[in-house]
Design a protein around this ligand. Structure first.
Ligand code: NAG
Ligand code: NAG
Ligand code: NAG
Length: 188
């Protein structure tokens, strides 16, 4: 049978289904922000600082570019097959990962390394979290010396944010060396 309903009626029907879907899910949808591919809905990319002039050595490493890295995470076990890491040292001053999102919940996932005790590699993961420029938390981890990477490690979550635009800043600074390996974030 040929459909003879006017376009407006069809639009209303689609709108009705959308409203119903939102009601059923409580209006909450999880979206991901991948370290390389960015926001699954908007495509907005994550920003990494410090940025280096073209041609000089980057402080940030990833699954495709990690010259001189002795021990790297298995990209196959990370979200979207990607990870982004940086080694912080006091002379760097500050390094950071920044992303924007709109919503009420944010969950941040790292790959947490436990480099072998005698490897000479960074034994500490350390960073501070800021939402809209307000310090809201920290994550600290000391290597257990086992050599194991902990994938999908939830290092920060906040489920009490007002439903509006937010900026999440993950920063490492201070006098102690540390490594961070960012994989992805989820926001609701
Ligand atoms: C969103 O993701 C978080 C973290 O994985 C999970 O705890 C939560 O149940 C998810 N919420 C929805 C609506 O899928
Ligand atoms: C990996 O890192 C290099 C050097 O920082 C950068 O040029 C490249 O765009 C990165 N690639 C991905 C897929 O993140
Ligand atoms: C979540 O963010 C709000 C707004 O910045 C802040 O007041 C609150 O302390 C945060 N909660 C957690 C668990 O970090």
């Amino acid at each position: 049978m040929r459909c003879i309903c006017p376009p407006l009626a069809r639009c209303s029907f689609i709108l009705f289904i959308l409203v119903l879907t939102r009601l059923v899910t409580g209006g909450s949808v999880n979206r991901t922000i991948d370290d390389v591919r960015g926001d699954s809905a908007t495509g907005a990319l994550v920003q990494y600082l410090p940025q280096v002039p073209a041609g000089s050595k980057s402080l940030w490493f990833n699954q495709t570019s990690c010259a001189g890295c002795a021990d790297v995470p298995d990209a196959g076990q990370t979200f979207d097959g990607t990870w982004s890491a940086a080694l912080y040292q006091a002379n760097v001053g500050s390094l950071s990962v920044t992303m924007k999102f709109t919503g009420t919940h944010i969950y941040v996932f790292f790959v947490v390394p436990n480099f072998l005790a005698n490897s000479g590699l960074a034994s500490t993961v350390s960073c501070q979290f800021f939402i809209d420029s307000v310090a809201v938390g920290t994550f600290e981890h000391q290597s257990d010396g086992s050599g194991a990477f902990e994938y999908n490690s939830l290092v920060y979550q906040n489920v009490t944010l007002p439903d509006e635009d937010h900026v999440l800043l993950i920063e490492t600074s201070g006098s102690d060396a540390a490594i961070i390996i960012f994989d992805y974030a989820i926001y609701t």
